[in-house]
Design a protein around this ligand. Sequence first.
Ligand code: ACO
Length: 299
Amino acid sequence: EKEHQEKTKVKNIQSVELGKHELDTWYYSPYPEPHASCNKLYICEYTLKYFRKKKTLLRHLAKCTLRHPPGDEIYRSPPAPANDPSLVGGAITNPPISMFEVDGKKGKVYCQNLCLLSKLFLDHKTLYYDVDPFLFYIMCEKDAQGYHIVGYFSKEKASAEGNNLACILTLPPYQRKGYGRFLIAFSYELSKKEGRVGSPERPLSDLGAVSYRSYWTREILEVLREHKASLSIKDISDKTAIRTDDVVKTLESLSLIKYWKGDHIISVTQKIVEDHCKTIANQKNIEIDLNRLHWTPYR
Ligand code: ACO
């Protein structure tokens, strides 16, 4: 009932200023009054504190010393090689990326503020204040000023359903650059470190569904390509940390699975795999350098 009421609420805040960006919002978010009735909010990109007036934000910024999310930096992308030939001629490379882990219990206000901000772009999620049971993984671009939030995902410390991701968001100015894929890949790398399979919390939004389908397709085809010998669903799941039902669904959508006497049979020719690999060559893919991931599972 509460969920239904929430869903039908009319969008209140029309735009937010966050760092150098002005973002047009997509959905209702339950910011407390009097902020809820503001047309525009001004948000500190480091603490995610929100203000009704630019003046108040500026006063806050003059005192605010935080330049990164209030947690541990668990990943930093490798430096661009100095003599990288692709840099010649002004080729664009990705800015340095860092991932921070913030415990909902320790960084409570930050995580609540993050949930309120992300609800502006999420239709169906209802977590705002009870952040204790979650860990938040914040993706930042780094420059001389500091670490600028570009997206995040949350994860339950202990998920009864075996979910490895609760909520994912790339802030609109950063969408369609491969950051969503990076966040999804990161969530599966954490699952691999835990030695278990995982799956995102349902329901997925339309954008969530496209992004996961793309990620699963690529990972599964990569595994099939590398291992020329026949693999079972379970083998694929073990290698990718993708849950078996997601593997099956993905293979079905590619028409790579057949049923024979109640068993799944993966029927894939090398040609099919190579063709798919050509398609994915055009995808934006930011590699995760696992040597630079410093993380141990939550205990
Ligand atoms: N239209 C069509 N395809 C799209 C779009 C779009 N608007 N956005 C992303 N895609 C595709 C990309 O083409 C890419 O596929 P490809 O590699 O095969 O070309 C794939 O989705 C991933 O693209 P990225 O650039 O890596 O993803 P992005 O950084 O844009 O983030 C995300 C995707 C996180 C879903 C983003 O759209 C978002 O934050 N949306 C709003 C919040 C949301 O819906 N979150 C998911 C809710 S479900 C859950 O939380 C469990």
